[in-house]
Design a protein around this ligand. Structure first.
Ligand SMILES: NC(=O)c1ccc[n+]([C@@H]2O[C@H](COP(=O)([O-])OP(=O)(O)OC[C@H]3O[C@@H](n4cnc5c(N)ncnc54)[C@H](OP(=O)(O)O)[C@@H]3O)[C@@H](O)[C@H]2O)c1
Length: 253
């Protein structure tokens, strides 16, 4: 198999302030892509961008909230001004909150839906024109969505809404191929298993204990493991689409 060179690609990675998004941004930049890093904590994305620049890569830090129309519009304008059109979009920003249904935390349900589902749609819509234009020019164009194995798991009380948002991302990725595929834009859905990041830090103590137990029982992936997968799928020849990938720690069953 031959591999396309990621050098010369222009990528946007959401949720690049930490965890998987940070690792994806660092890895794509190390492969020669220029990378726009999005997250709400501007100082955190700035620090990651500076690390990439210090290593000789190209990076642009953009403080942005994927749940906010105006914030995304401003971010897109900033990226276009600095880099022009992009050809690789990684929808990675996400939040996981544990909300038993009888607690009726509509605020937390809404936050997960707004970030994990509507945020993905908002970013995808904002860059759809860039992706289809790149493909029309005969260049590789990628939409990568970071879903979760939680889209399929049924044994975790309190995680129904999170799992439902990730099921939506998985299904959306499959359906979007009908629009993007014929235009030459690849859509890849990645479903990580347990990965060592800050994601569980927003959980209450009980739910955090459950996640800790899972890590102890099955081990965990490193964020860099997922970054390697993203680099692999986006570096394949442009007619090859690994459309659905579940990546688990070997011990997670
Ligand atoms: N860790 C796991 O075990 C695991 C497993 C399966 C799937 N995933 C998925 O992997 C993705 C990355 O999560 P992670 O594990 O790397 O956790 P993480 O370290 O908490 O990263 C989440 C990132 O999303 C950003 N973010 C959250 N809300 C945002 C918003 N409204 N606008 C823009 N950025 C936002 C955060 O930065 P700011 O707070 O600065 O905005 C952060 O950079 C998520 O979609 C998650 O569901 C993780």
């Amino acid at each position: 198999m031959s591999y396309e060179n990621l050098a010369g690609r222009t990528a946007v990675v959401t949720g690049a302030a930490s965890g998987i998004g940070e690792a994806v941004a660092v890895t794509l930049a190390a492969q020669g892509a220029r990378v726009a890093l999005l997250a709400r904590r501007a100082e955190r994305v700035q620090a990651v961008a500076e690390k990439i620049l210090a290593d000789g890569g190209q990076a642009l830090a953009v403080g942005a909230d994927v749940t906010d129309d105006a914030s995304v519009t401003a971010a897109v304008a900033r990226i276009h001004e600095a880099y022009g059109a992009v050809d690789l979009v990684v929808n990675n920003a996400g939040v996981m909150l544990s909300t038993p249904i009888d607690a009726a935390r509509t605020d937390e349900w809404q936050r997960m839906i707004d970030t994990n589902v509507t945020g993905v749609l908002r970013i995808t819509g904002a860059f759809a024109g860039d992706l289809t234009a790149a493909a029309a020019e005969g260049r590789a164009a990628d939409l990568v969505n970071v879903s979760s194995v939680a889209a399929h798991l049924t044994g975790f009380p309190g995680f129904a809404v999170y799992g439902a948002t990730k099921a939506a991302v998985t299904h959306l990725s499959a359906l979007l191929r009908a629009e993007f595929g014929p235009l030459g834009v690849r859509v890849t859905n990645i479903e990580p298993g347990v990965t060592q990041t800050e994601l569980a830090a927003h959980l209450d103590a009980g739910a955090q204990e459950l996640v800790d137990g899972l890590v102890e029982a099955s081990g965990a992936l490193a964020a860099e493991d997922l970054a390697d997968v993203v680099a692999y799928v986006t570096g394949l020849p442009r007619h090859v689409n690994l459309r659905q990938i579940m990546v688990l720690p070997t011990g997670q069953v």
